[in-house]
Design a protein around this ligand. Structure first.
Ligand code: PGA
Length: 258
């Protein structure tokens, strides 16, 4: 895995933004996997800037979001549909029919999740997947114990995740208990992965996932099995890594090791 450590959240967002923009320029019909949460906001601001100031064209890009809360209609302000509209889609020229966010309002999740996987396949597979990481090491909503072979499905959220996300809701009881999420194997199928993490509260999850054993207890650790993952970190998120000096050294050589 390539580990890039930047001085600030702004710098890591910019570095990840440069990588995504390069991919969109190289492949205008890129299939882009998107994440929600606080972490990718800076990256999305950077993409919006590239669109406005440099004409970065999203017209032919297809997007697939990782996850959605169960029980929140698309108009709900805390739904991930609303998040994506607010923080990215309405600011760029992506076609609404090419943006996929899982539905949290299904009757039959088994069929729906199969359909979601089929849409990813029909689009040619995800070229580039953007990920944040939870304090418990989750990617998407693949909570500890998730099968590393999992596909899009329903997951029950942990108490920690519901607590972490309670800040967005009026009361902790309002945080949904379930989510629909791409599986770990769905994520590993992406040709390229960018994992973003900033702040001290992510340091343990980053260290366990990047340097610990591959384990379903820290689902981001499955990325060690992925051939083209880059982790963009700030110093706070990187502080518990054992091989910091080596990552700095690799960065100085600009070789882009995986
Ligand atoms: P955050 O969430 O970006 O809001 O910290 C990340 C996650 O839970 O995956």
């Amino acid at each position: 895995m390539k580990v890039v450590i930047e001085d600030s959240y702004r710098a890591l967002s910019r570095a990840a933004g440069v990588a995504v923009a390069r991919n969109v320029r190289d492949k205008p019909d890129l299939v882009l996997g998107l994440a929600t949460g606080s972490t990718p906001l800076g990256l999305y601001r950077e993409l919006i800037r590239c669109h406005r100031e440099e004409g970065l064209d999203f017209r032919h890009v297809t997007t697939f979001n990782l996850d959605e809360y169960v029980g929140l209609p698309v108009e709900h302000p805390q739904s991930y549909h609303a998040f994506m509209r607010e923080h990215l889609f309405r600011h760029i020229n992506v076609s609404p029919e090419k943006t996929y966010v899982p539905s949290g309002m299904c009757e039959d999740y088994v069929s729906y999740c199969r359909w979601y996987e089929d849409q990813i396949q029909a689009a040619g597979g995800i070229d580039l997947q953007i990920l944040g990481i939870g304090r418990d090491g989750h990617i998407g909503f693949n909570e500890p114990g998730s099968s590393l072979g999992s596909r899009t499905r329903l997951k029950t959220l942990t108490a920690q995740t519901r607590k972490d996300n309670a800040r967005f809701f009026e009361s902790p009881e309002e945080v949904p208990r379930f989510a629909v999420t791409m599986g770990v194997a769905t994520i590993l199928d992406a040709r390229q992965v960018l994992l973003l993490a900033n702040g001290k509260k992510k340091a343990k999850a980053v260290a366990r996932s990047l340097e610990g054993p591959v384990s379903s207890m820290w689902t981001a650790s499955a990325l060690q099995m992925h051939a083209d993952t880059t982790a963009f970190l700030d110093h706070d998120a990187a502080r518990k890594l054992a091989h910091l000096e080596y990552y700095d050294w690799v960065q100085q050589q600009s070789q882009g090791d995986n």
